[in-house]
Design a protein around this ligand. Structure first.
Ligand SMILES: [Zn+2]
Ligand SMILES: [Zn+2]
Length: 104
């Protein structure tokens, strides 16, 4: 289950569960759309993978399974921060940004 992390690991802006600006890699590293486009260039500095929009978890459990939704499965409140320096981010990005995620 996705943790739905609360912030961008680079600029620390808030990314609440309903945000359409949250982007995640396959390991759930979480950044805002602006940082993915302008800083990371669709390269996760941790794993080298690409990013996709994070799905929005519904508030209520309106599906067939009644123990879901944010009320039952709340978002994480633990803010995460990238351990990488700008130079480290830039180096990985420069080496992979021109390679499509499916070819990395
Ligand atoms: Zn950001
Ligand atoms: Zn990653």
């Amino acid at each position: 289950m996705l943790e739905l992390r609360p912030n961008c690991e680079w600029c620390d802006c808030d990314l609440p569960p309903a945000s359409d600006q949250a982007r995640i890699c396959s390991y759930e590293c979480t950044y805002c759309a602006t940082c993915v486009e302008t800083v990371l260039h669709n390269v996760c500095p941790t794993c080298g993978g690409g990013f996709v929009p994070r799905p929005i978890r519904p508030v209520g459990a309106e599906g067939n399974q009644k123990n879901l939704g944010l009320a039952n499965r709340p978002a994480s409140t633990e803010r995460q921060h990238s351990p990488w320096s700008r130079a480290e981010v830039d180096a990985v990005s420069a080496s992979l940004r021109d390679v499509p995620p499916a070819k990395r």
